[in-house]
Design a protein. Structure first.
Length: 161
């Protein structure tokens, strides 16, 4: 039960990450990921084989979540900020530059994982321009989003979130 509880707590923390300051995220994830590993180690010694098999699967999911949590938080915070910067009417037909930039940047992020490497290279500068032009993100948020798509563009997909 303790293992399930700390695993559930980790999931709850990951869900809150996009709303937290970037500097707080990493420490919070580490703080809650360590007890998952510790509780699993205790379970490993005492659990029957069928329970241990289920726990191993849950542990692997927690580890995956821990690895992706910070990138996911950057992406979700960026997406939320861009959506807040859309035109209150129809974002596709809006003529206000910052609203259009927010919508185009959002589209780029949603489609990024489907683009091939050449398209990504070509579109990165336009994504940068649209993120800045949206007037919805701080300089740090723009830098984090661009770092994410530059470092590992295959992770940037809303389908896994």
């Amino acid at each position: 039960m303790e293992f399930l509880s700390v695993s559930d707590t980790l999931v709850g923390v990951v869900k809150r990450l996009p709303n937290l300051d970037h500097d707080e995220r990493q420490g919070l994830v580490a703080k809650h990921a360590i007890p998952v590993e510790t509780r699993y180690a205790s379970l490993e010694l005492l659990a029957p084989p069928d329970v241990l098999t289920a726990a191993e699967f849950l542990l692997s999911q927690c580890r995956l979540l821990e690895r992706c949590a910070l990138d996911r938080a950057v992406l979700r915070a960026t997406i939320s900020a861009l959506e807040a910067g859309w035109c209150p009417g129809d974002p596709e037909d809006c003529t206000v530059d910052r609203h259009s930039s927010a919508y185009v940047a959002w589209e780029f992020l949603v489609e990024w994982a489907r683009k091939d490497e050449e398209e990504r290279r070509h579109d990165r500068d336009l994504l940068d321009y649209c993120l800045r032009g949206s007037a919805t993100l701080t300089e740090m948020q723009v830098a984090q989003a661009l770092s994410l798509v530059s470092r590992d563009p295959d992770r940037v997909s809303l389908s896994c979130y």
